[in-house]
Design a protein around this ligand. Structure first.
Ligand code: MG
Length: 170
């Protein structure tokens, strides 16, 4: 596979895990993976509340030993009010590269009752791939519902888990 790393060449790998959850409220846009989705509710957040990008950022920072999104972009700082999360990702990737790390692949699960996300995966990958410096095919995106259970199942929240694999050295 094209993006598989050659461990015998001395490349080392680091994995990172990210998680995010936002409350869904009327009168806000629902933005996931940088795509504005058709929805009567959106994320209550200081930034644009993009759970996919926030979990991705925490996975990248975690793999790089670079802290977490709350330390980097505190929600008490007015500079980050309504900021597009893709811009936060762009800034994080500058740090990731400066630490000598390259992204190999990422894999995310978004948990949301509606709308169905599958039709929007392609534009989400198109937003994320150039920032991560990987092919869209190396960005795993999956959607789950809450099966009607709990806060996610009743449409009051959206959550996302992301794993990122980074390489360095070699
Ligand atoms: Mg968040």
């Amino acid at each position: 596979m094209e993006n598989c790393i050659d461990l015998e060449a001395g490349v080392k790998i680091k994995a990172g895990l990210g998680y995010d959850l936002h409350r869904l409220v009327p009168g806000r846009k629902l933005i996931i993976g940088g795509v504005s989705l058709p929805s009567e509710t959106g994320c209550l957040a200081h930034s644009d509340g993009d759970v996919l990008v926030h979990s991705l950022i925490d996975a990248l920072l975690g793999a790089g030993g670079l802290g977490d999104i709350g330390q980097r972009f505190p929600d008490s700082d007015p500079a980050y009010k309504d900021i597009p999360s893709l811009e936060l990702l762009r800034r994080v990737m500058i740090e990731v590269r400066a630490a000598g790390l390259t992204v190999i692949n990422t894999d995310s699960v978004v948990i949301l009752e509606k709308p169905r996300l599958g039709p929007f995966f392609q534009p989400m990958r198109a937003n994320l791939a150039p920032l991560l410096g990987i092919e869209p095919a190396h960005i795993g995106l999956k959607a789950k519902t809450g099966e009607g259970l709990g806060e996610i199942g009743s449409g009051q929240a959206v959550a996302c888990w992301t794993v990122a694999l980074l390489g360095y050295g070699g």
